[in-house]
Structure formats: C-alpha cells, structure tokens
Design a protein around this ligand. Structure first.
Ligand SMILES: Nc1ncnc2c1ncn2[C@@H]1O[C@H](COP(=O)(O)OP(=O)(O)OP(=O)(O)O)[C@@H](O)[C@H]1O
Length: 250
C-alpha cells in the first residue's frame, strides 16, 4: 500500500499540485486520471521520488520515501518496477539485455539465474524466442510487453505505469491493460497507472483518482465514474461524441 498526504509542488511559482492525499491499495489497479497538463505525471514522479514535493509525505507500506536514508531508498527502489511512456527500451540493447538491465544494475545474481528470470517474465508477458531481437524489430505492443517484463523482472512490490497505452490501437491497448491488471492481481503488488484513456478507466479502474488543475476533485472506481455528478469529471469523461451519446442512455 502507498499513502500520500498533502503533496504540493510548484514550478517557478506556478502551482502544479495542491495538497493531494490518497491511498493506493495493494492487489488492485489504481488509476490517476485527468486531462493533459493537469499534473498526473508530476504526481507520479513525486511518488517515485524523481521529483521532491514542497510539502507532503509518501509512505511505502509505512516507510517514508522522502525521509529514507541512502540504503533504505536503494532497497525501496529495488521493490519498484516502472513502465515508462513509450516503453523506453534501450535501442542498442537486444530484448534480453533490456529486460536483464534492472538485474544487472540492482542485484548480484549470477548470469544463469538472471537469464532464467528474464525468460520467465518474457514468457509471462506472452513473448518467447525474441531474446536476441532488437527493439526496432518488434511492434509497439510487443515493446510495451517487453517494458512490462523489465518492470517486473525484480521481485517488486510496486508497479508504476505512465500512459501505458500511448501510441497503441484500442485492441492492443486493451490487451496491455488486461496484462497489467492480471499481473497486479497475481503478484499482489501496489499498482498505479497514469492515464487519460477512457477505455482504461472503464476497463481496469478498480480505484480512480481524478485530478483537475493540480487538485484531487474526485475518487471512485469504474462503477461510479459515469455517475459522479462532478461537473469537471463529467466533461472529461463525456468529451467524445460516442460518450455523449452513451450519457443520454444513463
Ligand atoms: N520539470 C518541470 N518544470 C517546469 N514545469 C513542469 C515540469 N514538469 C511538469 N511541468 C508542468 O507541470 C504541469 C503538469 O504536467 P504533467 O506532465 O504532470 O501533466 P499530465 O497531467 O501528466 O499531462 P499529459 O497527460 O499531457 O502527460 C504542466 O503545466 C507542465 O508544463
């Protein structure tokens, strides 16, 4: 479980996040949603420790990330898997080397052990026999799967995904969402997904936090999101023609 309390952050005097608090439980897909530029990525970066907020606290199962010493931070980092926007694979490394990278960086496992682990996670994300391919030789959806394999190759407790569906068609997006949700349930990890994809919101929104201009305006799940009676959220949800039509049937 991750708890955040009163997270605030500004850049050059402009407030980007204002007093955001919330709890992200283990074993479910937690979503941070909202329009472009509303502070979702900055909030995720504050949670992961890539940005230090001006105020607030981030607790990883009771452990303060912000107050942790070097060793504790290193331990917590080993427990974190991150799926970056666009997959962020190293173009010059093959798939096996890409997935092995966190093990090379953060563990002293033997080569055989690492290879076993890499093959296990590649098989878990439905990719076998592509170890020696280069990122340029595989599709966008496969790249995301490799990114997920790399995120879970360590024995993680926390999984963070920044716009996991960016650049994918709706069908592939759905498969990636389902994979993230299955892995969250299977590994019983605390997962936080940043997205503005409505299919993700409806498909895997087991817990949703809605941000608008740096403030948390609503919290709920995919069952309650369509009937929130929250004006800004409704504008966000029912932005497309299709959703406007759907709204009339509710
Ligand atoms: N390092 C930075 N320096 C200055 N401003 C920043 C920095 N990072 C983010 N911002 C600003 O903070 C605001 C929120 O950005 P953020 O990337 O969190 O939005 P977002 O909700 O994730 O948007 P999108 O869905 O488009 O990715 C934006 O106005 C952005 O320009």
């Amino acid at each position: 479980m991750i708890e955040i309390t009163n997270i605030s952050k500004s850049f050059n005097g402009t407030s980007v996040l204002e007093n955001i608090s919330g709890t992200f439980d283990r074993g479910i897909t937690n979503l941070i949603i909202g329009a472009s530029g509303t502070g979702k990525s900055v909030l995720l970066k504050c949670i992961v420790g890539l940005i230090i907020p001006e105020t607030g606290e981030v607790l990883y199962d009771g452990r303060s990330f912000l107050k942790a010493d070097k060793e504790e931070k290193a331990q917590m980092r080993r427990e974190i898997g991150m799926l970056f926007q666009g997959g962020a694979l190293f173009d010059s490394k093959n798939i096996e080397e890409n997935v092995m990278f966190p093990l090379d960086l953060l563990t002293d496992m033997k080569k055989d052990e690492k290879l076993d682990r890499v093959n296990n996670v590649l098989s878990r994300v439905g990719l076998e026999n592509i170890n020696k391919k280069m990122p340029s030789e595989i599709s966008g959806g496969q790249k995301k799967r490799v990114g997920i394999a790399r995120a879970i190759v360590n024995d993680i407790n926390y999984l963070f995904c920044d716009e996991p569906n960016s650049g994918l068609d709706p069908r592939t997006s759905l498969l990636i969402d389902e994979l993230i949700q299955e892995i969250t349930h299977e590994l019983n990890v605390t997962t936080i997904v940043v997205t503005h994809d409505m299919n993700s919101v409806m498909g895997i929104g087991e817990h949703i936090i809605y941000l608008e201009k740096g403030k948390k305006l609503w919290e709920g799940n995919s069952d309650t999101v369509l009937t929130s009676n929250q004006e800004d959220l409704e504008e966000f949800i029912f932005a497309s023609k299709f959703m406007k039509k759907l709204r009339k049937t509710l």
